[in-house]
Design a protein around this ligand. Structure first.
Ligand SMILES: NC(=O)c1ccc[n+]([C@@H]2O[C@H](COP(=O)([O-])OP(=O)(O)OC[C@H]3O[C@@H](n4cnc5c(N)ncnc54)[C@H](O)[C@@H]3O)[C@@H](O)[C@H]2O)c1
Length: 536
């Protein structure tokens, strides 16, 4: 978690009171940006606006926020109402700290404001008029508050104990479980990784729930709905006992037709643009409902709660969402980023072993393409991996997401670097296609594809045999299948229509050592035919 803590929220939501109490608890300095402006200008904010204009006030505010951001010592800051509305401020604040929104019901806010009657915008109004005006203002300002990392209710607890404890708990939750993803197109979202973290992830929903009329819908599949009944109930409870939509489980159901059923369900139930999808699922429903979120009424937010190892380390990260078409896998889709990803290790408890292995293939892939040290970690933790040890799994998922996020952060739309994530996939897809997607799950096919790709690299003199052996020994130790007898001619044809093939060129991602791969174009057909021998 980054250093400074910034509070945002409506007037009388307790930003100064809570900010001061938190600063004291953390042994930090407290700064109220409005108070600093008043002190420096030597006049009230009303006078600055009247005499110098709003532009002068905003400039002073920008200067103070920039000063805070530069300050090495972490501070607790109460922001003025319009601070987050300025893109320049928002960028600086996001990069230097955590934003907490304090909220209270309009009725509580009205009662607090009425008691003091010192707020110029709401002074001298009747109770009814004040409440109505607060509700209107809250609605207008909602997009500003939605920038917060999390929201905490500011109760009327005079000692602040409850509010401070909640904030401390959430800060700790972020510190120990969150990884920040910054796609190259801008924005950012957190991935939370840990065991039994779904209840704490409720804070993510709280921010959206505060927007009036926000509605949730959980999407899952029929198999997960049975296996993870309890966790699903927990999630649904947090989302205001919202409905659950169940797709039929399985890759062949990842179709536009089935997605349309979701759209019909949502339209019949009156889901508006103020809706949020919660995918409690593996990659199939994650991709499909993610594409649904990207297109329903031109785009609504979604949060991924991946339930397979593969979806935790791969499909939930990076913003690719899609459905299949009879002409090819994932052919109809979009790039669309989630609000957040919540990887709760507790959901893996019911995952079948072959699906677990499928996720491990992608994890090994990250080691081969990007990080020799991570590859070594996997080699040294075979036992823990086989026992599904929590700490080992946490590290595997964390580092895999970090690598994918790093690659995607540099190249979100696959114009260059992102292609390295396809290591093993070109050969793997050919295997999947030749076996009608029925014999091997995607991950297992990729593991075979990695063996073929490594052999092709050896044949081209790019990789030494020892590195090929090292990769394959790790796959063997994890229990991956070693052989599959392909029809080389058919495989060659299958690879020609691979989505990863660039126009007129066949592209291969091949290793040069453990921890590094290169894009190679148009490898000789004979070399590819020989490379298939690696899995004979
Ligand atoms: N978007 C991307 O960047 C990306 C990357 C890789 C893969 N994918 C896609 O991901 C999909 C594969 O994802 P997947 O491997 O998660 O498959 P999946 O979603 O089909 O899940 C695999 C099986 O496990 C069951 N399951 C899931 N979680 C379970 C749990 N906790 N307990 C018991 N059973 C459970 C499911 O019902 C299903 O039968 C493919 O469609 C692929 O195209 C997308």
């Amino acid at each position: 978690m980054k250093q400074h803590i910034f509070f945002t929220g409506f007037m009388a939501s307790g930003k100064s009171r809570t900010g001061r109490a938190l600063a004291e608890r953390l042994g930090r300095t407290f700064v109220d940006t409005d108070a600093v402006i008043v002190e420096r200008a030597g006049k009230s904010i009303t006078d600055i606006f009247a005499q110098d204009g709003e532009a002068a006030f905003r400039q002073m505010e920008r200067d103070i926020i920039a000063e805070i951001a530069r300050n090495e010592a972490p501070q607790v800051v109460s922001l003025g109402g319009g601070a987050l509305n300025q893109p320049e401020n928002l960028k600086v604040i996001r990069e230097s700290g955590t934003i907490i929104r304090l909220w209270a019901s309009p009725e509580i806010l009205s009662e607090r404001i009425g008691r003091k009657n010192t707020r110029p915008l709401l002074a001298n109004l009747s109770d009814e008029e004040r409440l109505a005006k607060i509700k209107t203002m809250l609605k207008e300002r909602e997009p500003i508050y939605a920038q917060a990392d999390f929201s905490v209710e500011s109760t009327n607890d005079a000692t602040e104990t409850h509010v401070i404890e909640r904030i401390m708990h959430m800060l700790q939750f972020w510190k120990s479980h969150a990884l920040d993803v910054r796609p190259s197109s801008g924005g950012r979202y957190p991935i939370f990784i840990g065991k039994n973290i779904t209840p704490d992830a409720a804070c993510l929903l709280e921010g959206l729930r505060l927007s009036p009329n926000y509605e949730f819908l959980v999407c899952t599949d029929t198999t997960i709905a049975k296996a993870q009944n309890e966790m699903l109930r927990e999630l649904r409870g947090q989302a205001g006992r919202c409905p659950i939509f169940r797709f039929q489980a399985g890759e062949r159901n990842k179709t536009l037709h089935n997605l349309n059923q979701l759209f019909s369900f949502m339209l019949h139930r009156g889901y508006t643009r103020k809706s949020c999808l919660l995918q409690f699922s593996g990659g199939v429903v994650g991709d499909m409902a993610g594409f649904g979120a990207a297109t329903y009424q031109r785009g609504i937010p979604f949060i991924q709660f991946p339930t397979t190892l593969l979806s935790m380390v791969d499909s939930s990260v990076g913003g690719k969402v899609a459905v299949n078409h009879p002409e090819g896998k994932n052919m109809i889709g979009a790039f669309y980023q989630p609000q957040a990803v919540v990887c709760d290790l507790a959901t893996l408890r019911t995952l079948p072993e072959n699906e677990y292995l499928a996720g491990l293939a992608e994890i090994v892939k990250y080691g081969v393409i990007y990080d020799e040290e991570f590859f070594r970690y996997i080699e040294q933790h075979i036992d823990g991996i086989k026992r599904h040890d929590d700490e080992t799994l946490r590290h595997l998922i964390f580092r895999s997401c970090e690598i994918k996020a790093e690659v995607v952060g540099i190249d979100e739309k696959e114009s260059g670097l992102r292609a390295i994530l396809n290591y093993g996939h070109t050969f793997g897809h050919a295997i999947e296609k030749l076996t009608n997607y029925e014999m091997f799950s995607h991950g297992i096919a990729v593991s075979l594809g990695m063996r073929v790709a490594a052999r092709a690299a050896v044949l081209l003199g790019m990789l030494d045999e020892a590195a090929e052996k090292r990769q394959n020994a790790l796959l063997d130790a994890l229990g991956f299948v070693k052989t599959f007898n392909v029809d080389k001619e058919k495989a060659w044809e299958a690879m020609a229509v691979d989505k990863k093939a660039e126009k007129g060129a066949r592209v291969y991602i091949l290793p040069t050592k453990i921890g590094e791969v290169k894009k190679v174009v148009n490898v000789d057909k004979d070399v590819i035919a020989k490379a298939w021998e690696a899995i004979r």
